[in-house]
Ligand binder design. Structure first.
Ligand code: S3P
Length: 458
């Protein structure tokens, strides 16, 4: 593989300017680790901050999204010490946090606006938490986040008594929140969203009576698992989660597993690159997140999941993948939900599969960091892969084992998962693929390009 190193900054955390990923000359091989889980890292900071006593996070993801959450709690008076991590998942992008929890009512009013930057998780989870604090706060974000829908979280919070105002009647950031005493509700979520569920559970931690949230389909359950570990009064019964304000939270140790959504880029990269055999260690295999394994297996991918271990309530395992002859398949909404963030890289797997892949029920992808259906449709067209966007998905005509020409430029649109998907496609492009604004990968995977360089033997 040929990464244009003159365009890569010397630190692994900053990659300024366009990057060109050239065709792989060797397979992706050896053993590697994925960066710590983004969703778990957010929740660890939130719960650690409002718990009594100290919370140690061994292997916190230093991505820009997680730093937005961390900075928000610093603004609210929480002391958080950060140092190098010794976690098994330890890489340059992981750190150890010592969070000195202030207790449920110990947060102080932020003097300035909270900036969530690109992070939807920070925004939606904090909107739930801030609605119940006895102070005023304002939250905003970057241009991408300011376009993303907030009514999904604002509407149920208003039913709980929250006072939230914002552009488009609370539909868009900035949101201003006058914290209130909330009351518990029973809420049937119209869309499957772990961010909405988690926001309501955080509000429910403060609400009078019970808060019951019912999901239309099971989304990632990291919040429920961690709330249990911190001692919350929470019960999960299938798609229903119930929480009260009865118990106080107690600080504990959190050990985020490797993020399967980040590992997915290397998994697909190895499958589509000849002579690959790559092991990614300590990957989180929470069943609400393993859709990518099922989808790649359905496409004929060679995936071997090792022995399961436990990282403070989250299952982990090594995932080994080898070069595979992928074939086109139909993927429906139920199959995609546990791989919701993997849509862009699944499109790349489909691009190098034999035959047609149809993805349906992916409407939510239109309101992520970018309209990911459109972004991937354009990306595939630019690299010469025929495809058709549908309202809620995409149809991709795979190139099979053929190499694509490349020599093209892809605008990442500032979306980390689009940038990394383009990079992986570059491994199969005769003249490489150049990515604009590649450093947005730092949102979830600082050091991505450097790690890709290492596993491809350069
Ligand atoms: C997340 C939930 C998902 C996911 C996002 C992280 C979370 O978003 O796409 O990257 O940590 O709760 P939705 O809740 O919008 O589906």
């Amino acid at each position: 593989m040929n990464i244009n190193t003159t365009m890569i900054a010397t630190t692994t955390k900053e990659t300024k300017g366009p990057v060109t990923i050239g065709k792989a000359t060797k397979g992706l091989s050896g053993a590697t680790v994925a960066p710590p889980d983004k969703s778990v890292s957010h929740r660890a900071v939130i719960l650690g901050s409002i718990a009594e006593g100290a919370t140690k996070v061994e292997g916190f993801l230093e991505g820009t999204d997680n730093m937005s959450t961390l900075n928000a709690f610093k603004q609210m008076g929480v002391a958080i010490d950060r140092s190098g991590s010794t976690a098994l998942t330890s890489t340059t992008m992981a750190s150890r946090l010592m969070i000195h929890g202030v207790g449920a009512l110990g947060l102080s009013e932020p003097e300035d606006i909270i900036n969530a930057n690109n992070s939807g998780t920070t925004t939606r989870l904090l909107t739930g938490l801030l609605s119940a604090q006895p102070f005023f706060s304002v939250i905003t974000g970057d241009a991408s986040l300011r376009r993303r829908p907030m009514r999904r979280v604002v509407d149920p919070l208003r039913l709980m008594g929250a006072r939230i105002t914002g552009r488009m009647d609370g539909g868009l950031l900035p949101l201003s929140i006058e914290g209130q005493r909330l009351k518990g509700i029973e809420y049937k979520m119209p869309i499957a969203s772990a961010q909405v569920k988690s926001a309501l559970l955080l509000a429910g931690l403060y609400a009078e009576g019970e808060t019951i949230v019912e999901e239309p389909a099971k989304t990632r359950d990291h919040a429920e698992r961690m709330l249990m570990a911190f001692g919350a009064d929470i019960k999960v019964d299938g798609l229903r989660v119930r929480i009260t304000s009865k118990n106080k939270l107690n600080g504990c140790e959190v050990n985020p597993p490797g993020d399967i959504s980040s590992a997915a880029f290397f998994m697909v990269g190895a499958m589509i690159t000849p002579r690959s055999d790559l092991l990614t260690m300590f990957v989180g295999i929470n069943p609400t997140r393993t859709g990518i394994i099922q989808i790649l297996k359905k496409m004929g991918g060679v995936v071997i999941v090792g022995k399961e271990d436990d990282f403070t309530g989250e299952p982990v395992a090594g995932i080994r993948v080898k070069t595979s002859s992928l074939r086109g398949v139909d993927i429906n909404a139920a199959e995609l939900l546990p791989a919701i963030d993997e849509f862009p890289i699944i499109c790349i797997a489909a691009a190098f599969a034999e035959g047609t892949t149809r993805i349906r029920g992916a409407g939510e992808l239109r309101v992520k960091e970018s309209d990911r259906i459109k972004a991937m449709g354009n990306l595939l067209t630019t690299i010469g892969i025929s495809n058709k966007e549908t309202d809620d998905g995409i149809v991709v005509e795979g190139a099979g084992s053929k190499t694509i020409k490349g020599g093209v430029v892809i605008d990442s649109l500032g979306d980390h998962r689009i940038a990394m998907s383009a990079a992986i496609a570059g491994l199969r492009a005769e003249n490489g693929i150049t990515i604009l604004d590649p450093e947005c990968a730092n949102v979830s995977f600082p050091g991505f390009y450097e790690q890709l360089r290492k596993i491809s033997g350069r």
